[in-house]
Design a protein. Structure first.
Length: 246
């Protein structure tokens, strides 16, 4: 099996966590959000229509984190991530996760584009100082292309509200006494734990931080508002996340 994804993407991490949980062997192929798209389209034989990662190449193409996790459930070993009779609840939590992840991504990208100095933080640190002003327009064009692809400006002003509403719902559903959304560790916990990647990233021993580093991906107001959820996420990783496959 081959998994195509972005190492620092929460969507990719959801898929990797499920595959690793079920002890499935696969090779990971890093995908470039812009330049890599035409190569992936050619490999998938999909010249038109949306192409996003993660995707898993196995007996067929599995095209999003939830679908990949369902496939892993039927093929792998270990405790179930999709408990019997809980599919509706799992689907609902995953839908919340997807919407909140999109809101977090929009906050990051629009903040980088619209905040003075935001783009400078996203230029890779290895770029020599004399060349950094020349690289910033390239970074801007890349971010603008992604904001158009995912229509992030359609809901400008609502992204933080949606993310806050989702985190409020999570905060009422979990606690130190009730650490799991469905009574036992499941894909619902994975999906919601990854929402917090856009609030304050998990330790890099589990997954890398994206361009710009930890500061760029942290929302200080939200991190200060939800310290208990960050602790919940970290405890979940410590207990249930096997090291990612190479």
């Amino acid at each position: 099996m081959k998994l195509f994804g972005i190492p620092f993407s929460p969507w990719t991490e959801k898929a990797r966590w499920a595959l690793d949980h079920h002890r499935l062997a696969y090779t990971f192929h890093e995908h470039g959000p812009l330049l890599g798209e035409w190569r992936l389209r050619r490999r998938m034989r999909q010249p038109t229509g949306p192409v996003t990662v993660p995707v898993l190449e196995a007996d067929r193409w599995y095209r999003d984190s939830f679908e990949i996790a369902r496939y892993a459930e039927g093929l792998g070993h270990g405790p179930r991530l999709f408990p019997e009779g809980q599919l509706d609840a799992l689907t609902a939590w995953n839908a919340r996760s997807e919407a909140a992840l999109a809101a977090g991504r929009a906050l990051f990208m629009l903040g980088a584009l619209d905040t003075p100095g935001g783009l400078a933080a996203l230029v890779p640190p290895e770029v020599p100082a004399p060349l950094r002003p020349l690289v910033r327009p390239v970074v801007r064009r890349s971010l603008e292309a992604l904001t158009l692809k995912y229509r992030m400006r359609d809901d400008t002003g609502r992204h933080e509200q949606l993310l806050t509403q989702t985190l409020d719902a999570l905060a009422t559903a979990v606690s130190p006494e009730r650490p799991y959304l469905l009574g036992a560790f499941s894909y619902a916990d994975i999906a919601m734990a990854l929402v917090l990647q856009g609030v304050s990233p998990v330790d890099t021993s589990f997954m890398p931080v994206g361009i710009g580093g930890r500061a760029a991906w942290t929302q200080p107001r939200l991190a200060a508002r939800y310290p208990a959820l960050l602790q919940w996420r970290d405890a979940l990783y410590a207990k249930h996340r096997r090291p990612p496959a190479a």
